[in-house]
Ligand binder design. Structure first.
Ligand code: ADP
Length: 545
């Protein structure tokens, strides 16, 4: 701009030649031209405009276009915005500082919205009168970090970093707090776990249980000391599964292996419950155990854990055996005298009848009924013990089941006045079975229906055939059986424990025998029942041509 000033024809300007300029004007212009920053000087009442390179650049770079023109001609687009500022400086003599103010500047051929920080400072003459204005300008349009002066930028960055650091500190404090809470909860849980573990160990010790755990992925098989001692395995070593299997008595081994293999298949539910005998070479005394185990599977049905417990039931089994032996022996011993008494009673009954001694005849009739009951109880026990020792004999023959049903039912009809017995006859059904034993089953089911239902109620005996199968049923309107008792009915010595049944005598062997008999004929026996409404017992057998 120095060149432009020098070559300018000042004579034709309202400011006159340079030599005529007052000292304050000269001083201000020199200051302006020497400055690196955009500065303009507005001089006199018309505010004639003088400026340096920086300022010319801001205004679009057309250096001499506006030089020495009154401000309102030089920058008409900003005049309206600035006029009041200029007036104020002239009036008050005070500096005006404005930040990031918007001006529409006509530069580079179009109107541009620009932002500026600027000051308007009064220039005084020697008398202190305001005669001009010094205008320093800094463009702030589109300012970002890159345009920001380095120091400002650093401060901004430092500020941001501090803010970030503070928020990180806050996050860290909060997460430390959470961590502390989590740690405390974990400690509490660990404590609880330890207590439960101690309690579990105590219970396992007190119950004298052997425990084991197999990891199917690694194949590692662990067991407690008791388990190792039962299997005769070294205490301080992991267990080799095949070695443990070898200690299972030979007669049980295959059954054990098959049951465990079945449990390993997720479709089986993963559980098993079986009794078997262990014979180990260190202590060859056979030990009978009840083993319960469960395989755990992941979401993809892959085995992840297999655990189990074993209980020594040797003594219990021996007691059971002794009891069974005793029952078998007593029943066997009772059989002969009961048969003799029955025979004597029959003779006496016939004699009383012949002598027309009705009182005696009646008493003997009742005695015979009781002896028949006793005979059936004794036979029941004998059958249980025979069944247990595998001595029960099934004598198969082809016979008409509907005829057998009719015979047995009619026998009941003749001797029962307390209940209404109904038999729905069906056509001839040939079966290949043990007639006596099937008769015994039908007998048992009907006598139970009578035993467990109120006087006057109805009992319906019926049968049907379908798909080469015959289905026999006895329906009563009796006390019924709860869902909890239904699956246990066919266990040996199982009796339902209710107030009503406690008044009815029995040993819980009838249904067990029925079930075993039907099973030995490859048939099925089951019951459906509703408490206080009645029960229906069914069995099926294969029909033959
Ligand atoms: P019990 O000699 O006790 O009758 P069972 O083996 O024949 O022995 O029956 C086992 C149990 O099943 C009985 O104690 C009884 O509680 C129940 N039960 C059997 N039949 C019926 C039935 N028809 N209605 C209700 N409960 C029955």
């Amino acid at each position: 701009m120095g060149d432009v000033f020098r070559s300018k024809d000042w004579e034709r300007s309202s400011l006159g030649t340079l030599e005529t300029w007052s000292a304050p004007l000269r001083f201000a212009v020199i200051q302006c031209l020497n400055s690196q920053f955009p500065i303009a000087v507005y001089w006199g009442a018309d505010l004639n405009t003088l400026y340096n390179d920086g300022f010319a650049g801001l205004m679009g770079g057309d250096n001499d276009k506006a030089l020495a023109l009154p401000c309102k001609e030089a920058w008409p687009e900003v005049w309206n915005n600035l006029k009041s500022n200029f007036d104020e400086v002239f009036r008050t003599g005070k500096i005006i500082r404005n930040k990031n103010t918007v001006f529409s500047i006509n530069r580079h051929g179009s109107l541009e919205e620009c932002h500026f920080d600027y000051t308007l400072a009064p220039i005084h003459d020697l008398d202190g009168k305001v005669v001009g204005i010094l205008n320093e300008v800094n463009e702030t349009s589109g300012r970002d970090l890159q345009d920001t002066p380095l120091q400002q930028r650093d401060e901004k960055e430092i500020f941001e970093l501090r803010r970030e650091r503070d928020s990180l500190k806050a996050i860290l404090t909060a997460s430390n707090q959470q961590q502390r809470v989590v740690n405390e909860t974990l400690n509490d849980l660990n404590q609880e776990l330890k207590v439960s573990q101690d309690e579990l160990s105590l219970a396992i010790d007190a119950a004298n249980l052997a425990t084991w755990d197999l990891n199917p992925v690694t194949g590692r098989f662990k067991g407690n000391d008791l388990l190792k001692s039962w299997f005769g395995l070294p205490i301080n070593q992991d267990i080799e599964p095949s070695l443990a299997t070898e200690m299972v008595a030979e007669y049980d081994r295959e059954r054990v292996v098959q049951t465990i293999q079945r449990a390993m298949d997720h479709t089986s539910g993963g559980r098993y419950d079986l009794d078997y005998t262990i014979i180990n070479p260190i202590n060859p005394e056979p030990r009978i155990v009840r083993a319960k185990g469960k395989m755990f599977f992941d979401d993809n049905n892959q085995p992840i854990r297999f655990s189990g417990v074993l209980q020594d039931v040797t003594e219990m089994k021996q007691d059971e055996q002794r009891k069974n032996d005793f029952i078998a022996m007593v029943s066997h011993e009772l059989k002969t005298p009961i048969t003799s008494i029955n025979a004597y009673l029959q003779i006496l009954h016939r004699m009383a009848k012949k002598n027309e001694d009705s009182l005696l005849e009646n008493i003997l009739q009742k005695s015979i009924k009781q002896i028949v009951r006793m005979t059936s109880i004794v036979h029941g026990f004998l059958n249980v013990s025979r069944l247990e020792s595998g001595k029960i004999q099934i004598n198969l023959e082809r016979f008409d089941l509907s005829k057998l049903m009719q015979d047995v039912t009619e026998e009941f009809m003749a001797s029962t006045s307390t209940h209404e017995l109904r038999f729905t006859p069906c056509e001839t059904i040939w079966v290949y079975a043990d007639q006596d034993k099937i008769g015994q089953v039908i007998n048992n089911l009907i006598s139970n229906a009578i035993k467990y239902s109120p006087q006057g109620s109805m009992i319906q005996v019926s049968c049907s055939t379908m798909d080469q199968k015959v289905e026999f049923s006895v329906k009563d309107e009796g006390v019924g059986i709860s869902d909890a008792d239904l699956p246990k009915l066919f266990e040996r010595y199982y009796r339902v424990n209710t107030l009503q049944s406690s008044n009815i005598s029995g040993f819980g062997i009838g249904l067990y025998l029925c079930c075993e008999i039907i099973k030995s004929h490859q048939g099925k026996l089951w019951a459906e029942s509703e408490l206080a409404k009645g029960s229906t017992f069914y069995f099926t057998l294969a029909a033959v041509d």
